[in-house]
Design a protein around this ligand. Sequence first.
Ligand code: A4P
Ligand code: MG
Length: 180
Amino acid sequence: MGDERAEAAALGLGGNVGDVAGSFVEALSRLAEAPGTRLTRVSSVYRTPPWGKLDQPSFLNMAALIETKASARALLALCLDIERAMGRRRVERWGPRTIDIDILTYGEKRIDEPDLKVPHPRLRQRAFALAPLAEIAPRLSVGGREIAKWLALSDRAGVEVDAQASAAVRRAIDVGQWSA
Ligand code: A4P
Ligand code: MG
């Protein structure tokens, strides 16, 4: 990947099937092992009510900050590859899933392509994505407002830190190590 500069990006992770905290650990480890990509911060894990499609189990969600030399498109390909490698099957929109990895922001870039929209178009309304991101990047600006402000404007009902899942992820993830 040469000498390109690293860009800071924010990722949102979610899931509501199987051992989701274990899936977060595996996904974060795979991200950290990708060439030119480094994990810089991880949030607590939050238990969140399902959004969009209500008749499904509650989710776990978390956010991570990375620095990466990958382009936004290469980062999307990496996230989709990791989802696939972990056995994610796309069945229905907003339906149950083992692991979902969304690019929430990529530097200050704005991308509006059919299969890649950054900042994530639904980030500002979604407490399940805003709460973890506000914990690790409250001052990050999206659409002219800071994440902490968007969170204050959102409906946070039922969005709570899951202490046990958070501890499991923190134990397993070593933040701040560059891969090769
Ligand atoms: N795509 C476009 N922009 C992006 C981006 N910034 N990051 C495209 C990642 N992907 C992006 O995604 C479909 C396509 O979106 C990808 O192939 C990529 O090209 P998907 O994950 O297969 O589809 P989806 O997740 O079923 O649909 P969608 O609309 O992306 O769902 P969301 O918005 O991710 O919502 N409730 C709680 N509490 N917690 C959750 O995590 N998640 C969802 C899914 C619904 N309800 C939830 C949660
Ligand atoms: Mg997704």
